[in-house]
Ligand binder design. Sequence first.
Ligand code: FO1
Length: 320
Amino acid sequence: MIDRIALALSGGVGGAKLALGLSRVLDPQELVIVANTGDDFEHFGLHISPDVDTLLYTLAGINNPETGWGRAEETWSCMTVLKRLRDETWFRLGDKDIAMHLYRTARLKNGASLSEVIDGLRILLEIGPEVLPMSDQPVRTTLETNEGLMPFQQYFVRASCKPVVKALRFAGVSDAQMTPRFSHLLRSNDLRAIIICPSNPYLSIDPILAIPGVREGIARSPAPTIAVSPIVGGNAIKGPTAKLMSELGVPVSATAIVEHYKDSLDGFVLDEVDAGLAGSIEASGIACAVTNTVMKTLEDRTRLARVVLEFARTLSPTVQ
Ligand code: FO1
């Protein structure tokens, strides 16, 4: 079987952008995306999977283009009434978005696995590539902050990432298994690349890597592992990555991202503004590609996907 499947690890808005680019370059059966579920939480009795839904909405072309998360053409009737009932409305749930959570919650209650539910949503949204949760068991990103231990959405949304983070925990991760399909792919010889999307490494990618066997599976896979830098010129494109890095005592640079992933990487994609870092990164044994990694347009997403896939091809042991 020739190498043909690109396995992308994604969380949040940045990851979803590259996943969309990959989905426009590859045939559906050539792309599998593993989504972070560490941000999942129970809210109003509903099981909400933000990074999964951001990926599904983006791949289906129905995401809210301003925020990146949630749906386009949303209405907020339910939230409006909830506010009158004096209930919690800090986590904005649109009416159409709520339908997704009702579907997911009901199916989970009936015994379906998270993988089965997400595949059901993927098919209903007519998305070609497979989207997998990293695990069917619960993993919950929790933050040790100067305001105490905080569940992820309380930190990220309710407190707008203001608390100072001291450490991160992924509750439940040591008891979690990779989803069977994820584990199978990591062990297969069909992979052309393992792509770490430009998501927040600490909040969106580390929960995936922390699942027992993932790091070993990546190291063992003959496929090249490539990360796209989420840091451009010492800043994050979106979200709290830069703030988090400085609070964790990590220099806010693309080089620090390489350092963070180093045991798992074969290649690293730098933005042009950081081209000067390529030499030292390559001296550490990790190949570098330099390109525009800022994805403003659909064309940017598609072009970056092509660059990553071509880069992987040059790093493959049997370069065709
Ligand atoms: N992020 C916010 O900053 N405010 C919100 O009210 C909010 C609601 C929301 C609803 C559904 C969903 O799938 C995502 C939502 N997000 C919101 C984003 C979410 O917190 C993040 O996408 C991830 O958890 C981190 O990437």
